[in-house]
Write a protein that binds this ligand. Sequence first.
Ligand code: HEM
Length: 218
Amino acid sequence: MTTTSVPTAPTTLSSCLREGTREQHSQAEGMEFIDGLVNGRLSREAYTALAVQQLAIYTALEAAGAQLRAAGADQGLVFDELTRVPAIESDLAFLLGADWAARVTFLPATQEYAQRLVACSSDLSLYAAHAYTRYLGDLSGGQVVKRMVQRHYGVPDEGVGFYDFPQIHKLKPFKDVYRERLDGLGLDDAQLAATVEEARVAFRLNQAVFAELGALHN
Ligand code: HEM
């Protein structure tokens, strides 16, 4: 008796993340707050409120990355080029004024998101799920958000630095390198499944923030 082997597509982490969050991505993209923001139905204040929430999210995400790197456990997945907190602070200084730090408040969904990031900060594969969801999103759809915010609400470059990656000259090859790093993490099947599941959690946490922002700004 002969056995025939059925060729199977390679299951890389990056392809599993993309496929495993495709549905969540279109849900997030279609949310009222995001759709309203990119189609000019909201306001500069709504954009500013999003930037404020991003401060809490990236502070926690980047603290997690720094912790993994300090422990020598980041496997090259933490890139200085991606660091967003200084850009968000500078955007907020422009949007809210020099006393911006005294004027920011974080929504309950944002606090929940930040807490989840703290809980993921000693596990590289869980961190990877969150970093993937945010950074690849910023390098992709984020670029659309930037253009639309500038077009519809007249926000100058000083207020959208979050979407600029001055140390990354070409976004597409950088995203390919990022995916290669994800694929090189060497996860077993169970870790891979847990990472995709955590990315779905990350999308849900983002959606919850957009829902709360939508209730305030739509
Ligand atoms: C206006 C809203 C959005 C638009 C127009 C948009 C658009 C896009 C596009 C065109 C890509 C594909 C880029 C590529 O293959 O190189 C992409 C990828 C991605 N987006 Fe979005 N996006 C939006 C919102 C979001 C949100 C809210 C998140 C998560 C919080 C997100 C996370 C991602 C991720 C993780 C990827 C990488 C997918 C992959 O290749 O694995 N996006 N987005």
